[in-house]
Design a protein around this ligand. Structure first.
Ligand code: DGT
Ligand code: CA
Ligand code: CA
Ligand code: ZN
Length: 570
């Protein structure tokens, strides 16, 4: 661990200590942070040379702090900080990341306004609460808002669904550069995380210079941050950073593994290697100086005694243990969906007609599609009332006569009202093939009320699926406050399907929720929620999210033939 990082952690500890009135300790940690920063040698080297005794020779570093630094170097963390975080629920690290917000400010914000994180700070600032604090004013309030804005712009993460097409395009171009043998998108994008911090490309080539020249010369590149022997870091015009790592073919598998991450998964693998007397790094798996695996990822996992782990599962959340036992689930393959159970058409806020949407879905190899336009409460979309729904049914009948080898199902996305009742009469819902119910308003009910609302909806015999169950929007709206265990329990009990909505800004259910729901015995659908022809492409993201939630094909009802899928509904 580098000095700057050690100093940063010591400073965070100092802030916590100060907030809990441990003034002397706070001062000591702050002094230690400065001492580490002003070293001309890496503290890690000093520690490796002579342990904490050697660290204690640095003025300002006593026994207690030298132990914490030792922990940081050995394990990347210190128990002491974890303890402090448990005792004081303020995200100091988050707040310290803001320009112009220091320890004193954080303390005042907590004591006077109970502000815990940037989200809370933003709310207070927008509500004019900051200017009322002693020694703050309108200007400091505006400054805070500006630095929040700035941080968002510059440390922002990017939606996978927006980034992926751009990355795929760059990958395609890299593949054509002379000398390039193999190329992958690594990092969080390969793991299909819902947002990505930066893009990581990995290339095996016989001509590294050529690949790197090409990469930094691409028209998408705004700025070249650095270039080393085998690595280029650039800033793209879109605001995203991108790395290119170049390796030899014999290391490509090990490098794919390393640069796909995540970091914790890598640490776990490296630990296994060490325990078996081997060494794992981005160049290969070694016994002594001899490379025993490296050109393929499969081989690296195999030689470590592990089943191969799909990238989407590499988060060190139990997959390493599962792979060691040889018990990896057979997660749902891309391209397994035979139908789409949520689409909107020009009857409401979609851009295309029923016939156009169905033809596109068929072209993509699907066998059925449910038309699920909004219900009347969504008036701004032209939501359907009972009568309009009848008329739409007749259009679907006509369209179905024209389609061959494809079925259009009659459905609805019916609004769940505040009390859990539905926006359309049961008599109308009963006639449909498929009813999805969802929340589009009153997002801020208490956990109890919100949970009851969804439970009521699931208890309705006509409701087959809960669409985008938590109603979150990534980077915009938090998930509704719900007792997820109660929701999953009720879904299983009532046989209500839970949706994995594939829209890039929804991806709802979230990966960890999917996994929990599966463990409780729930079933799922993966739907595009397409409002236009090109939105069917989002299904890929939905499957990626499902894979991150460890779903297998059998958990997802729209991998079934039409007849069998319909039997899974209420
Ligand atoms: P991101 O970019 O924040 O969405 O997340 P990642 O996972 O793409 O992270 P990134 O771009 O910093 O690094 C790409 C991969 O490289 C990461 O998933 C694992 C590997 N990696 C990076 N730094 C380290 C490290 O310090 N130790 C280990 N073992 N692996 C690392
Ligand atoms: Ca990355
Ligand atoms: Ca990176
Ligand atoms: Zn919706």
């Amino acid at each position: 661990m580098r000095n700057s990082e050690i100093a940063r952690v010591l400073r965070i500890i100092s802030v916590y200590e100060d907030m809990m009135d441990g003034f002397f300790k706070a001062r000591a940690y702050d002094r230690a942070a400065r001492a580490i920063e002003s070293l001309t040698e890496e503290a890690e080297d000093i520690y490796r040379r002579g342990g904490k005794e050697e660290l204690m020779k640095i003025p300002g570093i006593g026994l207690a702090i030298s132990e914490k630094i030792g922990d940081l170097i050995e394990t990347g963390r210190t128990e002491h900080l974890e303890e402090l975080k448990k005792r004081l629920p303020v995200d100091v690290e988050d707040l310290m990341g803001l320009e112009g917000v220091g320890p004193k400010t954080i303390k005042t914000l907590w004591q006077k306004l109970k502000i815990r994180d940037i989200a809370g700070l933003e709310k207070a600032a927008r509500g004019g609460k900051i200017r009322e604090l002693p020694r703050f004013g309108e200007k400091s309030e505006a400054d805070i808002l500006r630095s929040i804005e700035f941080k968002r712009k510059h440390s922002g993460r990017f939606l996978l669904g927006q980034a992926l097409p751009v990355l795929e395009e760059i990958r395609g171009r890299l593949a054509k550069v002379p000398g390039v043998k193999r190329v992958i998108i690594a990092g969080s994008a390969r793991r299909m995380r819902e947002t990505i911090g930066d893009a990581d490309f990995l290339v095996a080539t016989s001509d590294p210079k050529r690949a790197m020249d090409f990469f930094q010369g691409m028209p998408d590149v705004e700025h070249v941050f650095s270039r080393g022997k085998a690595k280029v870091l650039v800033g793209l015009k879109s605001g995203m950073d991108a790395d290119l790592q170049v390796v030899e073919e014999k290391s490509f598998g090990a490098a794919s593994q390393y640069f796909t991450g995540n970091k914790d998964h890598n640490v776990a693998l490296r630990r296994i290697a060490i325990s078996k007397g081997m060494k794992l790094n981005e160049y290969g798996l070694y016994r002594g100086d001899r490379q025993i695996a490296g050109s393929s990822e499969e081989e690296v996992y195999e030689k470590l005694g592990l089943e191969w782990v799909p990238p989407e599962m590499r988060e060190n959340l139990g997959e390493v243990e599962t792979a060691a036992k040889g018990k990896m689930p057979d997660i749902i393959p891309y391209g397994s969906l035979r139908g789409d159970l949520q689409t909107q058409t020009s009857w409401t806020d979609g851009s295309n007609s029923i016939m156009e949407m169905a033809s596109r879905a068929k072209e993509l190899g699907m066998e059925y599609m449910a038309v699920t336009d909004h219900s009347k409460r969504m008036a701004f979309t032209g939501g359907l009332d009972e009568r309009k729904l009848e008329r739409q049914a007749r259009e679907i009948d006509t369209a179905n006569k024209k389609m061959r080898g494809f079925t259009i199902l009659k459905g609805i996305e019916v609004d769940i009202l505040r009390d859990g009742k539905l926006d359309l009469k049961d008599s109308a819902l009963k006639k449909l093939d498929i009813v999805g119910a969802s929340i589009h308003s009153s997002f801020n009910l208490s956990r109890k009320d919100q949970t009851e609302r969804l439970v009521n909806a699931m208890e309705n015999q006509n409701v087959d699926i809960i669409f985008h169950p938590t109603a979150r929007e990534i980077q915009k709206r938090e998930p509704c406050d719900l007792d997820m265990d109660a929701i999953f329990d009720k879904a299983r009990e009532t046989g209500t399907i839970l949706e994995v909505n594939a829209m890039p800004n929804r991806l709802d259910l979230r990966d960890d929720h999917i996994r929990a729901a599966k463990e409780m015995g729930c079933k799922f659908s993966i739907d595009s929620d397409a409002h236009a022809l090109k939105h069917f492409d989002y299904l890929l993201l939905g499957v990626g999210q499902a894979r991150r939630g460890w779903l297998e094909k059998k958990d997802v009802i729209n991998t079934l033939s039409l007849d069998r899928m319909l039997k899974e509904l209420k």
